[in-house]
Design a protein around this ligand. Structure first.
Ligand code: HEC
Length: 140
């Protein structure tokens, strides 16, 4: 009886958690839930409005300004994800979509550094991107 009650509680709790927009533990699912609406499930976005996340981010992630930038763009910074979850989603995007450009010595982003960066959300991400990486493919 106890077991049955627990199962019932879980069966009710999971759909409620999903309905409330809670994130899952899996970065791919979090990407699909919180990023893919704009950036598309395959990461290619809808240029020029929404940039592709496929390719250029490896070069960006290779500097400390770039690591900071990735967590400060509004779509990432303001997502309803914890710092650890956002770090996991960004690491997933980097390895899944930017494996060819990611430096070999890349250290995965950590929740703590993401927390510091994301509190400083960018008001003009495109301008900063063009200043820091003028030669990289356009963000938009
Ligand atoms: C409402 C649409 C939207 C959502 C949702 C969204 N983004 Fe974005 N994203 C954009 C737009 C538009 C830009 C271009 C910069 C800007 O204007 O914010 C961008 C830029 C970026 C960039 C910089 C790309 C580059 O080449 O410079 C990253 C990284 C990024 N988003 C990650 C994410 C992540 C991670 C999520 C989910 C947690 C997410 N975005 C959710 C619209 C969105």
């Amino acid at each position: 009886m106890q077991a049955l009650r627990s199962i019932t509680v879980i069966a009710i709790a999971i759909p409620l958690a999903l309905a409330a927009g809670a994130s899952s533990a899996d970065p791919r699912s979090d990407y699909l839930l919180h990023c893919a609406g704009c950036h598309q499930p395959n990461g290619l976005g809808l240029p020029p409005e929404v940039p592709s996340l496929v390719g250029p981010l490896g070069a960006i992630a290779s500097s400390s300004e770039g690591r900071d930038y990735l967590a400060r763009v509004p779509g990432a910074s303001q997502a309803p994800l914890t710092d650890d979850e956002l770090a996991a989603v960004l690491n997933w995007i980097l390895t899944e979509f930017n494996g060819d450009t990611l430096p070999e010595d890349f250290r995965p982003l950590r929740g703590k550094e993401i927390g510091k960066s994301r509190s400083n959300v960018l008001s003009d991400p495109v301008r900063l991107r063009n200043e820091l990486w003028p030669d990289l493919d356009d963000a938009t």
